[in-house]
Ligand binder design. Structure first.
Ligand code: CP3
Length: 351
């Protein structure tokens, strides 16, 4: 048995404890983050191991979450490989010259582990500082990364990406294969340095139909996750209710956004995998008694899955009052075990 409730849940051996962490727990919701980041550009900050270590530890110290997630970004390995990318505050990733033709592919080179030596250093420092608390490594999945590369920046409808996908399938598959190789190396470096779990973010895959997802995306996400064999894998996307069974089939833990109740998500994936999620991040702004009841409801519905890692259904919004996150951690830790046990005994569901 592992001493970490998070790892126990992620490996399908959940004990009485209910682990909790938050996507984007490190970042702008924390005043101590804003102080140390100051005006340094995001991607440059991610290459400074001491800064990465400090920012990764901040939410662990403050909230007492059960896992740390490496402070980095899905764009870091692309930048390290030599792709011209910047993260513009309040906008997101911006690509200097988008990738849209066969010739453009040459501008997405392979990632060598030595390109991300700063990640190796940061992860080793973190593992030494964290003790029993596991570090989650992560990468972006091929569809989400391809969307930024093809669109040139954030997009609501991913129209250029989808047009390239169906209009030039060979180019699409070649691009995704390159991205998959980059994300794989990025994850392998983190695992080799001591990350105890990885999460593959396919944040925007929910914009696809199941048929297109299966044909154009699933093989590439499969390649990334299949290359990680030593630690449990979490796979997550937003609006992926229709894709959950396919996504769960290639991972150990399935991340769920707030749109599908966790008991229904567990049913959709066949009831065999631990789930992670799924409080609506917008509700962090609601009055505490209402929010607390929603937290309890997430715990009860999650009890219908064989394992549950409490989280939000997407990242912490920057305007979040960090004290609310601390209170959620306390509630999950104090009431979670009993609520989960009672709901498992009763078979309580969302419907
Ligand atoms: O979860 C954590 O605490 C770890 C840190 C983390 C960041 N990015 C730091 C970050 C993680 C896991 C990511 C992943 C990421 N990056 C995803 C997948 C997860 C998701 O949110 O769906 C995506 C799509 C990106 C791309 C990206 N990077 C976006 C959309 C943005 C926000 C732009 C903005 O300013 O609103 C970023 C920038 C970014 N990544 C910030 C942080 C803390 C904000 C930059 C800042 O503080 O100036």
């Amino acid at each position: 048995m592992t001493a970490s409730p998070f790892l126990a849940a992620a490996t399908g051996n959940q004990g009485p404890q209910l682990p909790v962490w938050f996507m984007r727990q490190a970042g702008r919701s924390l005043p101590e983050y804003r102080t140390v980041r100051a005006d340094r550009p995001m991607l440059e900050s991610c290459t400074d191991p001491d800064l990465v270590t400090e920012v990764t530890l901040q939410p662990v110290r403050r909230h007492g979450v059960d896992a740390a997630i490496l402070f980095s970004d899905i764009m870091v390995p692309l930048a390290a490989a030599g792709v011209g990318v910047e993260i513009v505050a309040g906008v997101g990733p911006v690509i200097a010259e988008p990738i849209r033709t066969e010739a453009d592919l040459a501008r997405v080179p392979a990632l060598d582990p030595s390109d991300v030596g700063f990640i190796d250093t940061a992860v080793r420092q973190l593992v030494a500082e964290l003790g029993e608390t596991p570090l989650i490594g992560f990468a972006g999945a091929p569809f989400t990364m391809a969307s930024y590369l093809v669109e040139g920046g954030p997009s609501k409808d991913h129209a250029r990406t989808k047009a390239l996908m169906v209009g030039a399938p060979e180019l699409w598959h070649a691009l995704c294969a390159r991205i998959a190789a980059i994300s794989t190396v990025f994850l392998q470096v983190q695992v080799a340095a001591g990350a105890r779990t990885v999460q593959l973010f396919d944040s925007w895959a929910g914009s696809l139909s199941v048929a297109d997802y299966r044909e154009f995306v699933l093989p590439h996400s499969t390649a990334v996750l299949a290359a990680i064999t030593d630690v449990p894998r979490i796979h997550f996307g937003v609006g992926t209710g229709e894709l959950l069974a396919d996504m769960a089939g290639i991972t150990d833990v399935i991340g769920v956004d707030w749109r599908v109740p966790l008991d229904e998500a567990a049913r959709r994936v066949g009831g065999t995998k631990p789930v992670q999620g799924n409080l609506d991040p917008a509700l962090l702004q609601a009055p505490w008694p209402v929010l607390a009841d929603r937290v309890r409801q997430v715990i009860r519905t999650g009890a219908q899955a064989p394992g549950h890692i409490f989280n939000l259904g997407h990242g912490v919004p920057p305007q979040t009052d960090p004290d609310v996150l601390t209170r959620i951690v306390e509630l999950v830790h104090t009431e979670g075990p009993e609520l989960r046990a009672a709901a498992r005994a009763d078979g309580v569901t969302s419907s």
